[in-house]
Ligand binder design. Structure first.
Ligand SMILES: [Zn+2]
Length: 140
């Protein structure tokens, strides 16, 4: 069985001094720019800034659409469903209490994880399609 190919990141063009992209997970957790790792990605809860304030990367021109929500659907579902079964089996709660706790927990996890998930998808887009970030002065 052949070894799995390593995940490639775009390499800078020969003769340029472009630095490697910032670490993907660390920048996503801190809501930072995928190129420099310093500038903020959001101006509000999920509103992507037009450009990185530090390196000028055109961030708002990329729409991650439903990608982050789909990631969260799998992650939160994987955690919440077994937790709900455990909660129901161990505490024998009435239906209304079970629904209130389960829905509240799912809502809190979703609201907490959506900004880093969106920043993570933005970072993936930058790594795999950096040409999409080329706005006026975006990739330069
Ligand atoms: Zn930046």
């Amino acid at each position: 069985m052949p070894a799995a190919a390593p995940i490639s990141t775009p390499l800078p063009a020969p003769g340029t001094d472009e630095a490697a992209p910032a670490p993907l997970i660390a920048t996503a957790l801190r809501h930072r720019c995928p190129r420099c790792g310093e500038g903020r990605v959001y101006s509000g809860y999920l509103k992507v800034v037009e450009r990185c304030a530090v390196c000028g990367l055109a961030l708002a021109s990329n729409d991650s659409a439903d990608g982050p929500a789909v990631f969260l659907l799998f992650v939160i579902g994987f955690v919440a469903i077994p937790l709900a079964f455990w909660l129901n089996a161990v505490f024998d709660l009435p239906g209304w209490a079970f629904l209130t706790i389960s829905c509240g927990l799912i809502m809190v996890m979703t609201l907490a994880l959506l900004p880093p998930a969106k920043a993570f998808v933005l970072g993936l887009q930058y790594r795999h399609r950096p040409e999409d970030f080329e706005g006026e002065g975006g990739a330069g």
